[in-house]
Design a protein around this ligand. Structure first.
Ligand SMILES: O=C(O)CCC(=O)C(=O)O
Length: 314
């Protein structure tokens, strides 16, 4: 296990406005609060599982060795630099956007995601050790790796991950959102809606939207573009944090999450990696040497969000 550094000093809930998906939210503890870390529970799998049930997520600071994360960052930026995306008036590792460079989705690009530097991070023994202990049995990860270089103004809208990967186990499959560098509040950190995983008010959403499959149903995939519309109507609280290389945010398939807008001149680099027990059924779209991925989604215009939600009555 890597050495655990103390958690950073808590941020002030100073009421500043952050753009979450398409809406300004106030960091005031009401509209948006702060994630708590679960580092004190490491080594106690029962307590970690209980915390996951309660909060819907585990924020683990310094889970991954720094050199693995920075190695992956270097590899991603070198790849982007070859395509002229990085402003080389600055150090490569700053990850500044070249003039007019846009955000890039780099998931599934095996020449990058299966290169030695990226893979050393994405399949780090630190993940396998953690999940072996958390599951109490052997863990596996998907062959497909999701990788994002988020540009200025980009912000993911709220969704459950199950709509993309719900054909295997859904109760023991976890997303590991992994920052590949410092991600401050204005650099596009992830935000989660605590309570969307277990509050009774979300039951109908879990049973309708939560049973959709983007390849079969060709839905838009996001549940809303307005995070506060969801929390005002169904309850729960949006939470975010500043992230540092080595940190990992782990959550299940039924936790609503999205991202705060990146307002910086640097790319927000992050990977989302998936882990589950080896013994559980697996969604075949994401494994093997050439994963099929989401083969049917958006091949024709997707069913508009409003139409799906009307049908689901949510
Ligand atoms: O990084 C993002 O903006 C979105 C990530 C995400 O949706 C996920 O990790 O499941």
């Amino acid at each position: 296990m890597p050495q655990l550094a103390p958690s950073p000093a808590p941020l002030a809930l100073d009421g500043r406005a952050l753009r979450l998906a398409r809406r300004d939210v106030r960091l005031d503890g009401e509209e948006l609060g702060l994630l708590r870390d679960a580092n004190e529970l490491l080594g106690n799998p029962a307590a970690l599982r209980a915390r996951m049930e309660e909060d819907g997520y585990l924020l683990l600071r310094n889970l991954l060795p720094l050199e693995q994360v920075l190695g992956a960052r270097r590899a991603v930026l070198a790849y982007m630099d070859q395509q002229g995306q990085v402003d080389r008036d600055h150090d490569l590792m700053d990850g500044r956007r070249a003039k007019d460079a846009k955000g890039l989705y780099l998931g599934g690009r095996k020449e990058l995601t299966h290169g030695p530097e990226f893979l050393a991070m994405a399949e780090s023994p630190a993940y396998f050790d953690f999940f072996q202990s958390f599951f109490g049995e052997a863990a596996m990860t998907f062959g497909y790796k999701w990788l994002r270089a988020v540009g200025d103004g980009d912000a993911t809208s709220p969704h459950y991950d199950v709509v993309y990967m719900g054909r295997g186990t859904t109760s023991r499959l976890y997303t590991c959102w992994t920052p590949l560098g410092e991600i401050g509040l204005h650099d596009g950190p992830l935000a989660v809606l605590q309570g969307s995983h277990n509050l009774p008010a979300y039951q109908r959403i879990r049973e309708t939207y939560g049973r959709a499959d983007v390849d079969r149903d060709n839905i838009e995939s996001f549940f809303s573009h307005d995070p506060l519309e969801i929390s005002a109507r169904y309850g729960g609280r949006w939470l975010t944090a500043e992230f540092h290389p080595g940190d990992v945010l782990i959550f299940g398939m039924f936790l609503m999450h999205g991202a705060i807008r990146n307002e910086s001149n640097r790319f927000r680099l992050s990977a989302d990696l998936r882990f589950q027990p080896v013994a559980e059924p697996v969604d075949e779209r994401w494994i093997g040497d050439s994963p099929l991925a989401n083969y049917g989604w958006r091949k024709t215009p997707a069913v508009p969000l409003e139409v799906s939600r009307k049908e689901w009555q949510v």
